[in-house]
Design a protein around this ligand. Structure first.
Ligand code: F0G
Length: 356
């Protein structure tokens, strides 16, 4: 396979070894220095094959599912996992069932699940309910000998193995940053990235890990609640414009907690307004991300503003998914839209007579 040596699979010595690899060219994403904040770098995961970091884990998960010979894979999702599972299953010739919160998935992601031929199951309620449906189904039917549909949510440890390669790529470009900001939903990704850095330390390549900062939207911030000692890492009715991280009961809450705690980091929350402003700010730098992904920049700006970090600290902000995932969010932006009906009007614009 020509893709074996690039991106995620460049690190195959540190990854599980499936019989055959299902790859569409995941990983090797750009690290882009911000013009507005010279010590902040955006790790732009939107350039993955289906437009999110999920592809890093899905190439491993679907390769293994394919190697053990199941009929298909099943995931609950706020959208990106569904899009990724659908594409990699299609590539592998496996069936794919995606279980989605009705009305809670951005259009781009739903479109991808349709395009790649997944069976789409809508359920009432939130992502948390969708995950319950899936776990109850596979735990009852899924004793090892008659499992037909392999569950590929982020409780699946193999997916996290793929996602840890974000740490390896960051390390190769800028060494160990002082901070890594990660939007947190289920808490799998922040743990995976921390694990990647910890392994580099175990291999003697680095002597410390970055402080991991988990960023949540304030209407969906169970980890912040737990971190602040205000109760369990659970809330009912999570609400935020960032549908990807609209999650009230993160299954990987303890992994995420450990990553943040043992790296010396923190969980912080940002408002939907701050998220939208950060998304627009990245847009102005030519970087198109979906709302959930902008949470990492929103969190960085907040941490700077509150003096939690300093302007000379080196920070990597994980931009988890592409702007095109959520076209409705883009269309709510401040458009420079001008309707004209004659060539002369356009000439006037171009001559600089009427453009703001
Ligand atoms: N950013 C985006 C764009 C996501 O899609 C997700 C998770 C996260 C951040 C949070 O990552 O769950 O590992 O803490 N999306 C999942 C999905 C839930 O179904 O696509 P996490």
């Amino acid at each position: 396979n020509e893709l074996r040596g690039r991106g995620v699979w460049r690190y195959r010595d540190l990854l599980p070894e499936p019989n055959s690899i299902v790859s569409i060219g995941e990983g090797a994403t750009p690290l882009i220095r911000l013009r507005s904040h010279g010590n902040a770098y955006i790790k732009f995961e939107g350039t993955n094959p289906t437009g999110s970091f999920k592809d890093r884990g899905m190439t491993i998960g679907v390769s293994l599912a394919s190697s053990i010979g199941v009929k298909g894979v099943i995931v609950a999702s706020t959208g990106n996992t569904a899009a990724s599972a659908a594409a990699y299953s299609a590539r592998a010739g496996l069936n794919c069932i995606v279980v989605l919160p009705k009305g809670g998935v951005a259009k781009g992601k739903l479109g991808q699940a349709i395009l790649h031929g997944a069976s789409i199951v809508d359920i009432p309620g939130t992502f948390d309910n969708a995950l319950e449906y899936v776990l109850d189904t596979v735990l009852i039917n899924g004793s090892a000998d008659h499992i037909n549909y392999y569950p590929l949510n982020s409780i699946n440890p193999w997916r996290l193995e793929g996602q840890k390669t974000i740490a390896y790529e960051v390390f190769e470009e800028v060494g160990v940053p002082d901070y890594v900001f990660v939007p947190v939903g289920n808490g799998g990704n922040i743990y995976a990235i921390w694990k990647g850095f910890r392994e580099l330390m175990e291999h003697g390549m680095i002597d410390h890990v970055p402080k991991m900062i988990g960023v949540q939207a304030s209407g969906a911030a169970p980890m912040v609640r737990y971190w602040n000692g205000a109760g369990e890492a659970k809330i009912e009715n999570p609400r935020t414009i960032a549908s990807a991280i609209r999650i009230g009961k993160p299954v990987n809450w303890f992994r995420a907690y450990r990553a943040v705690k043992y790296s010396g980091g923190a969980f912080i929350e940002v408002s939907d307004d701050e998220i939208i402003r950060a998304q627009a700010m990245l847009g102005k730098e030519g970087i198109g991300v979906e709302p959930a992904s902008a949470a990492s920049l929103a969190g960085y700006l907040k941490a700077l503003g509150e003096g939690l970090i300093g302007p000379s600290d080196k920070a990597v902000l994980i931009a988890t998914g592409h702007a095109l995932k959520d076209p409705d969010a883009l269309l709510m932006g401040n458009a420079n839209m001008i309707s004209i009906s004659s060539i002369n009007e356009l000439r006037n614009l171009v001559m600089g007579n009427a453009i703001a």
